[in-house]
Design a protein around this ligand. Structure first.
Ligand SMILES: [Zn+2]
Length: 209
């Protein structure tokens, strides 16, 4: 995200307060989150892990369909923002081949929404995108094969990022904007919600994972 206005934040909060529950397995997200489309995979068998080292905890900013830049019906509706300080190592949510790296953008700035980023080809028609690293913050090269959990670089706030965070999304078919995001869950999130709650939502618990 770039800059949440008070109005957008209020919209996000109100949207979430209308639900007050965790979606059930196999069902679409509840009315009020604004998410529509295919069901989320069951977290216990998800192919994805959280994009940082096990044992660490970070709050989520914008999550799925949480208004603003992750709004329902937009390309990034199934994206997650993890509010990780500048310079925090991040890891591969899933194994694959590095398909694209941009590593020369300024540490801060709005030229190119993603800033410094990389794309991992999961080799099943889906791609994992990781945004907003500092200049030179991506540590892998195009063509490299990476295992799940492999270090990919460090987080920052380049591109459209009003504060430091890692924006991740899995897309299907191709990875150029406008892309089609797909819903994912995380095998090692705690609790194993179908999708992670935003810290902007009512009832958010600090360090829920
Ligand atoms: Zn984001």
């Amino acid at each position: 995200m770039r800059a949440l206005t008070a109005t957008l934040l209020l919209t996000a909060v109100l949207g979430c307060s209308a639900t007050g529950r965790t979606p059930t397995a196999g069902a679409p997200p509840p009315v009020g989150m604004g998410c529509e489309g295919p069901a989320y995979p069951a977290p216990a068998t998800s192919q994805y892990i959280l994009p940082y080292a096990p044992g660490l905890r970070f709050p989520t900013g914008l999550t799925n369909c949480s208004s603003s830049f992750h709004g329902a019906g937009e390309g990034d509706q199934y994206a997650y923002d993890f509010n990780m300080p500048v310079g925090t190592p991040f890891i591969a949510m899933r194994a694959g081949r590095v398909a694209k790296v941009v590593n020369d953008q300024p540490d801060e700035g709005e030229d190119g929404g993603a800033g410094n980023f990389l794309v991992i080809d999961h080799e099943d028609g889906t791609f994992g995108l990781y945004y907003h690293s500092p200049k030179g913050g991506i540590a892998v090269a195009v063509g490299a094969e990476v295992e799940q959990g492999a270090p990919l670089g460090v987080t920052g706030r380049s591109g459209y990022a009003g504060y430091p965070h890692l924006h991740v999304i899995v897309v299907e078919g191709h990875h150029e904007w406008p892309y089609l995001g797909v819903p994912i869950s995380f095998r090692n999130a705690n609790p194993r919600d179908l999708h992670l709650r935003s810290e902007y939502a009512p009832g958010y618990l600090a360090d829920p994972r």
